[in-house]
Design a protein around this ligand. Sequence first.
Ligand SMILES: [Cu+2]
Length: 173
Amino acid sequence: MTIFPRSIEEWYKPLTREEKIWIALAFIVALTLAGTTIAWHFIDRSHQVPSIAVEADPREFLSKAMEFSRTYSGKVVPEGTDIYLAAVRFTWIPSELILKAGVTYRIWVSSPDVLHGLSIIGPGDVVYNVMVMPGMAYVIHVKFDKPGEYEIRCNEFCGIGHANMIGRIRVVG
Ligand SMILES: [Cu+2]
């Protein structure tokens, strides 16, 4: 009997209850993913994605970061001050930032040498995660609600000292 192909009518069976449930579930998951993708932009505008990306002269940026580092070393960065953070093999300039809790800061980050990544890591959580391409400057907005210690880590392998490329953010009340 297998020699003769069956007709479509013979193959066709209406959807079972389980099949209908699976189709509905897949549809709900697809809608949820599409919805959250769009909604996230409005829920958390400054998270993860830099709000500005511009070309930056590596030497100019580096000198800005060094000047910033000299000015605010050991001091709380006042509200409204732009922060300049340079990712340089194998350190962050400045290597420590002291920020006030509850204040939104604008951080410019750039790399004068190779590809780096900026991760700001809090207790048990990655707070920010941005790729830093050489020759580009990016703006991210950061706000820490509670006092505490955060690490600034490079998340793109940039050479032999990559693992030691760690900076610090101290958030004070
Ligand atoms: Cu690195």
